[in-house]
Write a protein that binds this ligand. Structure first.
Ligand code: AHR
Length: 332
């Protein structure tokens, strides 16, 4: 069981009434009157250091967070997407939120390393930080209040176990990875490598940076370099798997028959492709955890114990029938 992280209540303020006052004082952070909610109550200000446009999963996740942290729910969410995935723009936004004196900060990191300084500054300012999706490396749980994400290691292990069943006599495969160094990429490689059977042979792995276009180009090259003798692709997100399917079709091969493609995320586009037989296995990486994030932020601000790691449940889809049945109810 991951150790719980007790977020310190504001120093020297034991009484609830005083604590409420400090929240108001902290949240305004300036001479500006604190924003108020529909019920006239003071809003909790939350800085969201986000990734920004990146693909279907990211759009669903960031919209879910913004929908959850609404003024109706008592929040003033300040959304700060990165500049084209640039970590420096995230660090600038993070620092600004500390200087503003927001009540809490949400972080979806574009890089795994380089966060110690700003996380230490947030702790000194007694601002709880909640990691969304992406982790930090090295993973020092004392630097943040909690991380909320599906289990990347378990999700990719489930994909490998399906691949083992599909190819009991072995196969050649390649891996299309997300950007190098990300915690989710490292964990997806870890889960897959630990579970995949020895008679599945990894010919090569290469980043296609979550992109359909880049994955199509990368896999076209891989197919040519290996004489089309590749039976399986482990694509670490849906967009890259859809790019691999395009490359298979352009090579005159049939996805699902000549090459089975596994993806992670579970977006509607991927499930539609699975229903059509263009993908073969889709592992959901559930992006809808805004309500979980609200509970963590409220508990941290109330000085309650908070789990340092909160795993978001996710499912898998292993057939066209499963995808077809799920599609009408999908929320992203
Ligand atoms: O960190 C989660 C990953 O980032 C998703 O799997 C991918 O689609 C997104 O870009």
């Amino acid at each position: 069981m991951a150790p719980t992280t007790r977020f310190r209540a504001f120093t020297g303020l034991a009484l609830a009434g005083t604590l409420a006052f400090s929240l108001v004082a902290c949240s305004s952070g300036s001479d500006e009157p604190a924003a108020s909610g529909d019920d006239g109550g003071e809003l909790t200000t939350v800085g969201f250091v986000a990734v920004g446009p990146e693909g279907g999963w990211r759009t669903a996740n960031e919209q879910n967070i913004q929908d959850a942290f609404s003024t109706e729910n008592g929040f003033d969410l300040k959304y700060a997407p990165s500049s084209n995935g640039d970590q420096n723009s995230q660090i600038t936004a993070f620092t600004s939120f500390i200087d503003e004196g927001v009540d809490a900060i949400l972080l979806s990191a574009t890089e795994a390393t380089g966060w110690e300084d700003v996380l230490n500054r947030a702790q000194e300012a007694e601002i709880p930080v909640v990691l969304l999706d992406r982790g930090i490396e090295p993973n020092d749980e004392s630097l943040y209040t909690s991380r909320i994400a599906p289990d990347n290691v378990g999700i990719s292990a489930s994909a490998a176990e399906w691949a083992n069943e599909q190819f009991p006599d072995g196969a050649n495969y390649v891996v299309l990875e997300g950007p190098p160094g990300l915690s989710v990429v490292n964990d997806r490689n870890k889960g897959w490598d630990e579970a995949v059977s020895d008679n599945l042979v990894k010919l090569e792995s290469q980043s296609a940076n979550w992109s359909t276009e880049e994955a199509k180009s990368v896999f076209e090259t891989m197919l040519k370099a290996n004489g089309n003798d590749i039976q399986l692709v482990f694509a670490q997100n849906d967009e890259m798997g859809l790019g691999a399917a395009l490359a298979v079709e352009e090579a005159g091969l049939t996805p699902g028959t000549d090459v089975k493609i596994i993806t992670i995320d579970g977006t509607q586009a991927a499930l539609e492709a699975l229903a059509a037989g263009r993908l073969s296995f889709v592992a959901e990486y559930n992006p809808l955890f805004g309500e979980d994030a609200i509970e963590v932020v409220n508990a941290a601000l109330a000085g309650e114990d908070v789990e340092s790691s909160i795993v978001v449940p996710s499912t898998t889809f292993d057939s066209p029938e499963a995808a077809t049945a799920a599609l009408p109810d999908r929320q992203y």
